[in-house]
Design a protein around this ligand. Structure first.
Ligand code: PEP
Length: 252
């Protein structure tokens, strides 16, 4: 079994002006990489996808933050997968907790979107993670079971090759309250065990699981050393080129 390649995603969320996006791309392009052993995917807002795709260094991929899982047509205001594929976008973030919370995306919807995206040739960063009450109530694994089950139901073993799971405890997103390396590792190991029991050993060993939630240039190295953490999904710290580059370099 090949080693799992570290993968760092930058989720720019709904941030950016024409000027700040140019500045961020320049900072990222100027950043000195000390490792080649890492895959990088930046997810700007839809408005800037084309510009970032054209101007960002070519070893970094660009992701949409969502897609519409229907064929092109009468869907005013939506962005169907095919339109993104036609633009050369190869990655998509799906099921972010902000979409689950604010846009009513259930685990079933997230699974169906993931399947649709994979069928259209995308690779996905599919997000899962528990809220604070679940963590405090000892229900973390139950929540993860509920989020993983529909994915296991719709994805074939081959589909999983195009899926990266981003474990993002909701209480750690944008709060500055990062999970400890032990907490994150315990949960990642649980997800891997769940995949072994409910999908296959092969998928369990090969699927990459990112940690997300207040990752920054100071805490990334220690988190990244955990055996079951295969990368990060980074929000706030991905908006600063130097911090994001340090996080990327923490992989090596
Ligand atoms: C995120 O939005 O996916 C995220 C992890 O945000 P932050 O790094 O700011 O906590």
């Amino acid at each position: 079994m090949e080693a799992r390649k570290f993968i760092v995603g930058g989720n720019w969320k709904a941030n950016g002006s024409p000027e700040s996006v140019k500045t961020l791309v320049k900072e990222l392009n100027d950043g000195e990489l000390t490792t080649k052993d890492v895959e990088v995917v930046c997810a700007p807002p839809f408005l800037y996808l084309a510009e970032v795709k054209d101007s960002l260094r070519k070893e970094y991929k660009v992701a949409a933050q969502n897609l519409w899982d229907k064929d092109p047509g009468a869907w005013t205001g939506e962005i169907p997968a095919q339109l993104l594929a036609d633009m050369g976008i190869e990655w998509v973030v799906l099921g972010h907790s902000e979409r689950r919370e604010n846009c009513g995306e259930t685990s079933q919807i997230v699974a169906e979107k993931t399947k649709f995206a994979v069928d259209k040739g995308f690779s996905t960063l599919t997000c899962i993670g528990e809220k604070l009450d679940a963590r405090e109530g000892g229900k973390t694994f139950e929540v993860l079971d509920e989020q993983l089950k529909p994915l296991a139901e719709v994805l074939s073993e081959a589909d999983w090759e195009s899926v990266v799971l981003a474990y993002e405890p909701v209480w750690a997103i944008g709060t500055g309250k990062v999970a400890t390396p032990e907490q994150a590792e315990e949960t990642h190991a649980y997800i891997r065990k769940w995949l072994a029991e409910n999908v296959s050993e092969k998928v369990s060993e090969s699927v990459r699981i990112q940690y997300g939630g207040s990752v920054n240039d100071k805490n990334a190295a220690e988190l990244g050393q955990q055996p079951n953490i295969d990368g990060f999904l980074v929000g706030g710290a991905s908006l600063k080129g130097s911090s994001f580059t340090t996080i990327i370099n923490s992989a090596g």
